[in-house]
Design a protein around this ligand. Structure first.
Ligand SMILES: [Zn+2]
Length: 276
């Protein structure tokens, strides 16, 4: 049992040492077994399929221009930040796009490589450019932190770990196997995947606040944006998917308030370095 655990830990450590990269700003070491450039290639194909689909209505009105304008300001801020802090290579393969989609859904997302979609249903909640910058900054931060590649890597590692376990426990009773599966298999699901998504959410808030600040939007306005999101979430009869993955609860708002002093140091920075 002990030797078996060591085998698994050694395998995991081998993966981690050879395949980790650093998240900008937080400095967190993330697992990257799945290549980010492959993720971006796949995302780019998916995005163009989505944009060209007959069921997707891409708008080109004043609001769409606003989404592009806010997006490009965040893009410029990120470029400054990444260049000034030694992360330029991480955004080299980005091919930014910002589109407004005609849909009642309260939703926005950013695929790996900077492919952004904002849905018109979000606009009343975003209210103004600063609100839009809050949600776009947050979604884009997921792509900058390469959270999709990280999750895919975790799933791959969980599968590889599971494979090692079933090979090693082949001769054991099913009871023992079950215990080990629970300790490791469920561990991979419950410990690695789920809490990490909350970790990723907080990290995206942290990065997003900094990027919006460099772009010239007061990061303090993020608090009222998430309060409006909380109200919208309470008011919606059929909760949108965005609300379930992005709970606008007191925990998030309190965490954002704790992150504000750090983000404020970057407010209106023209260099991508803190100015206060
Ligand atoms: Zn998020």
């Amino acid at each position: 049992m002990k030797a078996l655990n060591l085998t698994v830990i050694a395998a995991a450590a081998m993966f981690s040492i050879s395949s980790c990269s650093t998240v900008p700003l937080t400095g967190r070491s993330r697992l990257s077994l799945i290549s980010e450039s492959e993720m971006r290639g796949a995302a780019s194909l998916e995005y163009s399929k989505f944009i060209k689909s007959p069921s997707t209505k891409v708008l080109n009105n004043a609001d769409a221009q606003r989404v592009k304008r806010v997006g490009q300001r965040i893009q410029a801020a990120i470029t400054k930040y990444m260049n000034a802090n030694g992360y330029a290579s991480q955004i080299q393969g980005f091919a930014w796009e910002f589109n407004l989609i005609d849909s009642k859904e309260v939703n926005a997302w950013c695929m790996p490589g900077g492919k952004v979609a904002v849905y018109t249903g979000l606009l009343p909640v975003a209210k103004d450019d600063a609100g839009l910058a809050t949600v776009m900054g947050h979604e884009i931060a997921h792509a900058i932190a390469q959270h999709s590649s990280e999750r895919a890597s975790q799933a791959a590692l969980a599968q590889a770990g599971g494979g090692i376990l079933s090979a090693a426990t082949g001769g054991k009773s099913s009871g023992t196997q079950e215990l080990i599966s629970q300790a490791y298999g469920l561990g991979a699901q419950g410990f690695v995947l789920l809490p990490n998504s909350r970790k990723q959410e907080l990290e995206a808030d942290n990065l997003g606040l900094t990027f919006m600040a460099i772009a010239g939007y007061d990061p303090a306005t993020a608090v009222s944006f998430w309060q409006r999101m909380a109200a919208a979430s309470r008011g919606s009869q059929k909760p949108a998917e965005f609300f379930s993955t992005h709970p606008a609860d007191e925990t998030r708002i309190a965490q954002i308030q704790r992150l504000l002093p750090q983000a404020q140091k970057y407010y209106n920075s023209t260099t991508g370095k803190p100015i206060r």
